[in-house]
Structures are given as C-alpha cells and as structure tokens.
Design a protein around this ligand. Structure first.
Ligand code: SF4
Length: 303
C-alpha cells in the first residue's frame, strides 16, 4: 500500500554510516511489542492483509486532511474538507486497486455510506482544531535517524507544527473505532518514536506529542523530556536486539490480547488453532533502506 520508502529529502541524514545494518519503523516495532508472532506474520512472512473498511477510512481521512492544507488558509472549511472526500477516494482506489474490493461492484449505497462516515470523522476534526489558524511545517513526511550506530529508525509523521519560537508539535490523527484504551499505548509509543527521530536529527525535544481522536473529537497531549527519550532510545535498541534474536532462533511467540480481535492472521495463529507457515529463509535483508521488515505504514493505514 505504499511506495518504496526513501529518506526524507527535507532533513536527510548527512550520510548513512557504514555501520548501519538494519532499520525499524514505529509500526513494526509496535507490532513486535504487541505480539512477536504478529510481527513475524507481517514483516517476515509478509502475509497479505486485506484492508478493512476502518483502515480504508483512516487512509481516506488522512489523505483529505493532508490535501486540506494545500488550500489557502481561509478556504480550509468543513465544506471544503467534505468536497475533498469523493475525489480523494477516487484517487486512492486508482492508486490502490485493492481498496475497490471493499465494496461489491455497483454497491453505490455502501460506498456512499462509507464516504459519509469519512465525512463524519472530518466533523470530529473540525470540533477540535481550526485549520485556518494553522500552517503545518510538514505533512506526511518520512523522517529518519540513526541510533546506536547500527539502527536506522524511520516513520511517517502525519503532521509537524513549528511555533515561531522553534517549538515542535507532532500531530497524529486517530480515526479508528477500536476502544482507545486498547490502542493508546501503541499510539504513544509511535509518537515517542517520532520524537526520538526529531530530537536526534534536529537537537530539539518536541514540546508536544498530540493525538487527535477524530471519532470522539478529543485531544490527548503528551510532553516528553530528554531523559525520557534517552530511555526510550534504549528501549528501541533493546527491541531491535530482541527482534534479531527471535529471527536468528526463528522463535516468535504469540501474545494474545484484546488486539487479537483486530488481527488479520488468526487462521495462522496457534492461539486460535492455526499453524504458522514455514519460516522463510530470506529473513534478514541486508540493505537497511530496502528492508521490508521495517517498511513504515502508509499514514492512516495503521490505525
Ligand atoms: S491473533 Fe493475537 S496472538 Fe495471534 S498473531 Fe494475532 S495478535 Fe498475535
């Protein structure tokens, strides 16, 4: 669902050190933290996942919010956002034909209801923010940094705001309908990941990490500090080492939780009576920039 990732052109690392041998995205790191077997299914077996209606709605809403900021500030109205929904869905379906399969051919009422539900989430957005008063510094940027000399960490930011005094605010749109408590730890983990990248590349600890819950029209702000990011960096490196060990041993255990209800891979999971496929021999890609195990999720698709 995404193009081959490239290094952020606006803030590229000066040069990728020869010592870098692996890369990790927040989505994949969060997969391993949530359930090592889920990580294996997604990143090593690369089992296909049919996009759900919820994921498609998330991708669509993210696309609309990104394009909304292309408009002059005064034109970023609820009506303008609503007008973007149909054209953006058409564009996404053209670029990602698997999305078309979510609705039966000719199911116009189903498609119309889907588009209405995306528009309803946008109303939630306007209830918590006025985009006419914002000028984001970056939208849907792929950012990256090297930690511990060996590990490239990278991911897509939904939005980065920079205040006149240089303070950074990282904003992540949440469109999912799943219970918040089941996903909030994962969402904060991802935001800290972005904060760590920004701190390491720009030398500034973001002042605010903001989750915008569009369904509930709620804002969750979190302010990290340098000590916390230092500890978080150690956590990320330890997580990567655990992934490397699990890969070497071909040992990824299931960790059942409430999130199993949203897992695409129950049929292969021993917890649900399934059997994982044979472990692929290609695990352990050498080129960190093309390592599919660490490919960042498309904005909105990882709700
Ligand atoms: S069903 Fe649950 S335990 Fe099994 S792989 Fe998915 S998240 Fe892990």
């Amino acid at each position: 669902m995404t193009a081959e990732p490239v290094i952020d052109q606006q803030h590229p690392p000066a040069a990728l050190p020869a010592t870098v041998r692996a890369s990790l995205s927040p989505s994949r790191a969060a997969d391993f933290k949530t359930c090592p077997l889920l990580y294996r299914f997604r990143s090593i077996d690369r089992l296909p996942e049919r996009p759900s209606v919820e994921q498609a709605r998330g991708t669509l809403v993210h696309a609309v919010l990104e394009r909304l900021f292309d408009l002059p500030a005064g034109g970023r109205t609820p009506q303008a956002a609503g007008d973007l929904v149909g054209p953006q869905w058409d564009r996404l379906v053209t670029e990602q034909p698997e999305l078309a399969g979510l609705f039966d051919p000719g199911d116009e009422p189903g498609t119309a209801e889907f588009l209405r539900s995306a528009a309803a989430l946008l109303e939630g957005y306007f209830a918590v923010e006025d985009p006419r008063r914002l000028e984001p510094a970056e939208r849907e940027s792929l950012i990256s940094a090297v930690v511990d000399d060996e590990l490239l960490i990278r991911g897509y930011l939904d939005r980065l705001d920079v205040a006149p005094d240089g303070a950074l605010r990282v904003v992540d749109y949440k469109t999912g309908g799943a219970p918040r408590e089941a996903f909030e730890a994962r969402a904060l983990f991802q935001l800290k990941f972005y904060a760590l990248v920004l701190w390491r590349t720009r030398g500034v600890v973001p002042r605010v990490l903001r989750l915008l819950y569009l369904k509930d029209a709620e804002v969750c702000d979190y302010s990290p500090d340098a000590d916390e990011l230092l500890r978080f960096e150690r956590t990320v490196v330890a997580l990567w080492q655990a992934i490397e060990q699990a890969t070497a041993r071909q040992d990824f255990r299931p960790r059942p939780s409430r999130l199993c209800d949203w897992c695409n891979h129950q049929a292969h999971c021993p917890t649900f009576g399934g059997t994982p496929p044979p472990f692929p021999q290609r695990a352990g890609a050498a080129d960190p920039l093309r390592d599919a195990r660490s490919r960042p999720a498309t904005p909105g698709a990882d709700e």
